[in-house]
Design a protein around this ligand. Structure first.
Ligand code: ATR
Length: 263
């Protein structure tokens, strides 16, 4: 039986096992997908397990997407450019790292049939997932990408990799077509971003958070007549891309999958 894992800290909240085990069952694959809370010192022994074929693939989540890179032999272009790895596997005796968050985000936007070409986007936050979002947005041919973060230096750090970014002072809101909440604000139901977005109408609000399904950021935007989308599809598509890499099967994304996740 093949063995797959998602590692992170914390990991209790992860929906990845539910999703992968559903697809494993649907496709009659002899495998199991578990979650494991780890510390940094556990990374090396886990990589050894892959080398010995005791583990066949690993998904990586917060806070190890960058920390895991020195332990890998080869990175995909997406992983290299974003300095972020969420999917690991072995091929030709080499441990490979890939980043399916990029295609996950891109796919979730394409599903909505919104033409992003020449549009202006404001990203709120500069944490782990933001480099993947920027990479995907760059693929889509955006005109301007603004980033604002409570701690400005972290946004400035991103500019070293993505020179086209425009860093905006925390509290300022430039004119945009789409705004993305990539902070952790909203994970708790009562969380409110300290940004004044109360006059913004007819724009597109995207929240990377999918649990709760509607953060205050999205609720307030909806009341004002904006289009809204949460990060659920991004999550499902990144998982589907990892599944395809590991099993060479494109898993089906349908209502049953949405029901299995129950979010
Ligand atoms: P990491 O930075 O370890 O990757 P993350 O959860 O991916 O962690 O990122 C958290 C993001 O949410 C950061 O952009 C963080 O801003 P800071 O860089 O200033 O910490 C942002 N964030 C968290 N709490 C916030 C709050 N109360 N207001 C505004 N931004 C917040």
């Amino acid at each position: 039986m093949k063995k797959y894992l998602v590692i992170g800290n914390p990991i209790e909240h992860s929906f990845s096992p539910k999703l992968h085990n559903h697809w494993i069952k649907k496709n009659n694959i002899d495998a199991v997908y578990d979650k494991k809370q780890i510390n940094e010192s556990d990374i090396e022994p886990l990589i050894m397990e892959i080398k010995k074929n005791k583990i066949n693939g690993i998904n990586v989540t917060v806070p190890f997407k960058k920390k895991i890179i020195p332990y890998l032999d080869e990175l995909s272009n997406e992983a290299k450019e974003t300095e972020s790895v969420n999917t690991i596997y072995i091929k030709n005796n080499k441990i490979k790292g890939h980043n399916t968050d990029v295609s996950g985000f891109e796919h979730s936007i394409k599903d909505l049939n919104i033409n992003m070409c020449n549009k202006k986007v404001l990203i709120i936050g500069a944490g782990g997932v933001v480099s993947s979002i920027i990479f995907a947005l760059n693929n889509m041919g955006l005109r301007k990408i603004f980033v604002t973060n409570r701690t400005r230096e972290k946004a400035e750090d991103l500019k070293k990799f993505f020179r086209n970014l425009i860093i905006v002072e925390w509290g300022d809101v430039p004119d945009f077509d789409m705004i993305i909440n990539a902070t952790s604000v909203g994970l708790n139901e009562n969380d409110q971003l300290e940004l004044n977005l109360s006059k913004i109408k007819n724009k597109f609000f995207y929240d990377v958070i999918y649990n709760p399904p509607k953060t205050n950021f999205l609720k307030n935007a909806e009341v004002l007549g904006n289009k809204i989308e949460n990060g659920k599809k991004m999550f499902i598509y990144q998982a589907a891309a990892a599944f395809k890499i590991w099993h060479n099967i494109q898993p089906e994304i349908n209502n049953e999958v949405l029901k299995v996740l129950d979010i």
